[in-house]
Design a protein around this ligand. Sequence first.
Ligand SMILES: *Cc1c(COP(=O)(O)O)cnc(C)c1O
Length: 381
Amino acid sequence: MFSDLVRYIKDVFNNQEFIPLHEPRFIGNERKYVLDAIDSTFVSSVGSYVDQFEEKIAEVTGAKYAVALVNGTNALHLSLLLAGVEANDEVITQPLTFIATANATSYCNAIPHFVDVDKDTLGLSPKSLRNHLESIAEVKDGFCFNRLSGRRIKACVPMHTFGLCSRIDSIAKICKEYNIALIEDAAESIGSTFKNQHTGTFGLLGTFSLNGNKTITSGGGGAIVTNDENLAKRAKHLSTQAKIPHKWEYKHDAIGYNYRMPNLNAALACAQLEQLDFYVKNKRQLNDLYFNFCSQNNVTLVREIENTSSNYWLNSIVCKDKTERDLLLTETNDNGVMTRPIWGLMNELSMFKNSPKSDLSNAQWLEDRVVNIPSSVRLDG
Ligand SMILES: *Cc1c(COP(=O)(O)O)cnc(C)c1O
């Protein structure tokens, strides 16, 4: 049933024997910068590549400040702490996301509160968010409370799924009305913009991941971006064990974390950032190719909504039902074309099964149907 699709994907990737879902590409200054970092002896959390990476990612995103961290999960954890999330607070997020989004909330001993997604963006639905808050939330003494649980709703963490932009302007507006801190999980969306504004810059803080499977990688890595100077300073301080800078003394003024990105990883990150424009252009071309095929073959491909530009980190097909999805997964994976279903819903995992939630019909519908197809940057395509 999907043999034409299998053939098409193989063709697009030059008939490689096995076509992975997403491979990193090192075609620029990666070796040069990493060797330079080794030669400098500054391989750990202090070094010029860390500073350069922060400057560059601030420039790329248009944020005033950036702080380089060990990975995207830490970036989320630290952002939630910086936003003032405390034990027993609730943090709104989408059920359809990678587990790190929900885990970061648990690290603060807070409780994820799941709100439905939109079918087209696969990201948090402003319509569901508004309806849900109207029915369960109230603002008292400047704080938003869940009337059913009595707990404070301190933050909202929408995620830009597979690089597609959520309706982030509407989400930001609702968060403002309810006095909920907005933290964007932009782990998958470096290079994606909403009305020409980079994802991660619409709220108080935004987080990125440079894991090996993402659009650009530093091996492992992450970053926080913000326009608030105090938050940026605080992020840097807390990510370096909250040590008060001094030539020889060990003095710390808070419980800090060892979350700072090492210079060795930052060297790789700097070289990869130089390739970002090319990678995104290349990935957008791949989405166009897939779209041509899909529209001629009665297959639904997920595409960006109006006024947004996706990095198309991972391309996705929406199957007609679960049976068709399973056929697609079997036929592709049996023939050397790696595909993968979208994540299972967070609210169905044992750790989060008692978490508060809205109606989640769209997320449930998508969970049964969405499949990611190979999306690496093509070097000779
Ligand atoms: C990759 C990812 C993260 C976590 O990033 P790491 O760098 O792997 O810790 C967080 N959220 C989402 C949505 C991701 O895809």
